[in-house]
Write a protein that binds this ligand. Structure first.
Ligand code: ZN
Length: 331
């Protein structure tokens, strides 16, 4: 976007002076000796050009056949090499070369292309000579580029998972939420996945030493080590049950942690903390050869939850919230 509107930046000026050299950036051949970064940027032209609209003003910089300024889009791209014979002028001609006495003067084409271009040019669609040429970022409402609008344009939008609110809520701890998010999607590099790629030969769980395969379900829910940790976290949240299988836990948390009350948020925070602590312990055993027994981890897993709660701002000092603060010793 910055390159197309020649934004006032030293790097962009450098690229225009030494790489683009007055050519059309959408149509030029990528120089063989340019850097990896510039090559990658130029390789994105195909997907970016339809998103950038040129508004023709008075500085005669918009390319008539190559830039995306006409309602039909970049005309060379639409009609391909056939247009060359029809226009009777260079492909690097600017829009102003088509203006005569305040109106359009289209090349006299022998085939339907020029007729079609004329037909699709709205009445009164002329350069605005009161302003300079400018570019508009089509995906955003105000025409200004933003990372958010770019991301929303290129990403594949899938329906939101019901359990995303269990992970992302006001008061979540980012590093805990990230590991929980990955675990919920079965995307952490557990040994069962690594063994499929032959990265590890021994896929057994390092937490329980029971020779059971380390899968997401086993590591976080089935393993006797993690069970002890999760049971303690549930108990501190007044949930009197043993941990369930991954899918059942997802369903239970979807149902029981809905809403933004402090009680629900502490419950969600506790789940994230438990998953994070289990994952950290598993990594410490594998990579640092350090281990904490399950009794000790279960006894200390609630400490970081309490620390996180200390940073919360209590917006509502209801009796229920005061009770939670007392339970977690933060009053
Ligand atoms: Zn285990």
């Amino acid at each position: 976007m910055g390159l197309s509107k020649k934004a006032d930046s030293l790097w962009i000026k450098w690229v225009h002076t030494y790489i683009i050299k007055g050519q059309n950036m959408w149509h030029m051949v990528i120089p063989a000796d340019c850097s990896w970064t510039i090559r990658k940027i130029f390789q994105l032209r195909e997907s970016c050009q339809p998103l950038i609209l040129y508004k023709v003003g008075n500085d005669n910089s918009t390319f008539a056949w190559l830039d995306n300024w006409h309602p039909l889009g970049p005309l060379y791209k639409k009609y391909g090499t056939r247009i060359r014979a029809d226009i009777g002028q260079s492909l690097s001609a600017k829009v102003f070369s088509l203006i005569h006495n305040g109106g359009w003067k289209w090349p006299r084409g022998r085939n339907r292309i020029m007729r079609e271009v004329k037909d699709f040019t709205p009445e009164g669609f002329l350069p605005d000579v009161s302003m300079e040429d400018s570019v508009i970022w089509i995906p955003s409402k105000n025409g200004i580029f933003s990372m958010k609008s770019a991301w929303n344009t290129i990403r594949r939008v899938l329906p939101a998972q019901e359990w995303c609110k269990v992970v992302w809520f006001k008061g979540h701890v980012p590093r805990w939420a990230f590991i929980l998010w990955m675990a919920m999607q079965i995307r952490l590099n557990t040994k069962d996945r690594l063994s499929l790629w032959a990265i590890v030969s021994d896929a057994s769980c390092v937490l329980c030493d029971c020779d059971l395969v380390e899968s997401h379900n086993h590591l976080f829910f089935d393993c006797c080590y993690s069970s002890a940790v999760s049971t303690e976290v549930l108990r501190r949240n007044h949930v009197d049950r043993a941990p369930m299988r991954c899918d059942d836990e997802k369903e239970w948390f979807n149902l029981h942690s809905k809403g933004d009350s402090m009680r629900k948020c502490v419950l969600k925070l506790s789940l994230a903390a438990a998953i994070y602590c289990i994952w950290r312990e598993r990594n410490a055993r594998i990579f640092q050869h350090k281990r904490v027994d399950r009794g000790s981890l279960a006894a200390t897993v609630c400490n970081p939850i309490r620390d996180a709660l200390l940073s919360w701002r209590l917006l509502d000092s209801s009796q229920g919230n005061k009770d939670i603060c007392r339970e977690w010793s933060i009053l």
